[in-house]
Design a protein around this ligand. Structure first.
Ligand SMILES: Nc1ncnc2c1ncn2[C@@H]1O[C@H](COP(=O)(O)OP(=O)(O)O)[C@@H](O)[C@H]1O
Ligand SMILES: [Mg+2]
Length: 375
């Protein structure tokens, strides 16, 4: 067992961390998993007295993103316990279809090391993999189904007990207000060069609030939402190719179902990368859109209300608009939040997502018709 990370030998640290958890047997191997983007994940293998091996996933929790790791873990523990119960009731395999938190010896769901870093351990889900890109339309159907099923299994979760670990995460009304405040301030003198872009958001400021307003009026309920509905957060069963389990639960929070759906569509049904500058390449692939929608609506019909299902296409439009405004805001503020790899990178990203909004607007009737077809 040997593991180097950023020039620092972390094998010793991991051994120390692991000693605080009741793992089966002794640690024999540690392998970093390079897939993730936010957390560092390691696969741990232990061997017990009978020579049997056991695997675990060890992660640090990103304190830059999550200011309150205890709340993050409280949400994850409550949600995974609920999922476990539901999966058992449905005759499924709770060890493979949900994350299982291993509690430390002191009863906590995490361990804090001497540097103040938070660590947690899950059972390792064997015989399954995550993929960064969607290979075919069938995968998108599976992804839609997996995220839909995730919400459905949590339909009777006591939502008021869930912490808002990132306040106002998808408060699109506030996001718009923050955007126009940055325009007003113009701290880098960049506003004069992006006036048509700003006009784009001015025209759409009202519709950005549409779902938030409906929620405030009691027309849309808060649900347990995942908030990072990327394809690489679904474990796919190696044997069957089917979606097995939704992972990466750090951002689980109360939210609107349409935003989980919408963010997945924004990401997975777009025909180009988020920073493609040839905007003629950026549109919505309606076949992929239909596949994801079929999976998601199929898994949530009977649970999501009619109004919620009808607002799904709005979720896609508004979440794309929100991200576009965040990219442009960051450009105006001097690229403080999203890391850039070239000049005007955030402006390129903003224009790309604005184009995607335009494409969704053009195809909106079709998007609504497809959604209705599966309701
Ligand atoms: N319980 C687990 N069992 C097996 N693999 C896991 C488990 N948890 C995470 N992984 C692997 O580690 C990768 C990163 O984990 P994830 O929780 O998605 O972190 P990030 O926030 O960095 O994306 C996943 O894509 C998956 O391949
Ligand atoms: Mg992930």
């Amino acid at each position: 067992m040997h593991c180097e990370n950023k020039g620092e030998n972390i094998t010793e640290l991991i051994s120390e961390v692991v000693s605080h958890f009741p793992l089966a047997g002794r640690l024999v191997d540690v392998t970093p998993i390079v897939q993730g983007h936010i957390n560092t994940t390691y696969r741990l293998v232990t061997e017990d007295e009978n020579g049997e091996s056991h695997s675990y996933a060890l992660q640090t929790i990103n304190k830059y993103v999550f200011k309150n790791p205890e709340d993050v873990m409280e949400n994850i523990c409550a949600v995974t316990a609920h999922l476990r119960k539901k999966i058992i009731e449905a005759g499924g395999d709770p060890d493979r279809e949900a994350l299982t938190v291993i509690f430390a010896k002191d009863g906590k769901s995490y361990y804090v090391d001497h540097r103040g870093e938070y660590w947690r351990i899950y059972h390792f889900i064997r015989g399954a993999s995550t993929y960064d890109t969607v290979q075919n339309a069938r995968h998108l159907y599976n992804a839609g189904y997996a995220f839909g099923r995730f919400q459905t299994l949590l339909a009777d979760f006591p939502i008021h007990t869930l912490k808002h670990t990132i306040p106002d995460f998808h408060n699109t009304k506030k996001r718009m207000a923050d955007f126009f405040a940055a325009v007003e301030k113009d701290e880098c003198g960049r506003v004069k060069d992006v006036l048509p872009e700003i006009e784009f958001f001015r025209k759409r400021a009202e519709e950005a609030s549409r779902l938030v307003d409906m929620q405030a009026m009691g027309l849309l309920p808060l649900r347990v939402t995942h908030n990072d509905t990327k394809y690489n957060n679904i474990m796919i069963d190696d044997a069957t190719g089917e979606a097995l389990c939704v992972i990466d639960l750090d951002t689980v929070m109360p939210g609107l179902a349409a935003y989980d759906y919408g963010d997945a569509i924004r990401f997975a049904a777009s025909t180009a990368a988020e920073d493609e500058t040839d905007l003629s390449k950026v549109t919505v692939d309606m076949h992929l859109f239909e596949q994801f929608t079929a999976g998601f609506v199929g898994a949530t019909t009977g649970f999501l209300t009619k109004t919620e299902l009808e607002t799904l296409p709005w979720g896609a439009r508004i979440i794309t608009l929100e991200l576009a405004s965040r990219f442009l805001k960051d450009h105006i503020e001097g690229d403080k939040y999203f890391r850039i790899h070239r000049p005007n990178h955030n402006l390129d990203r903003a224009r790309n997502q604005m184009k995607l909004v335009l494409e969704m607007e053009k195809r909106f009737d079709e998007m609504c018709a497809i959604t209705a077809k599966y309701m």
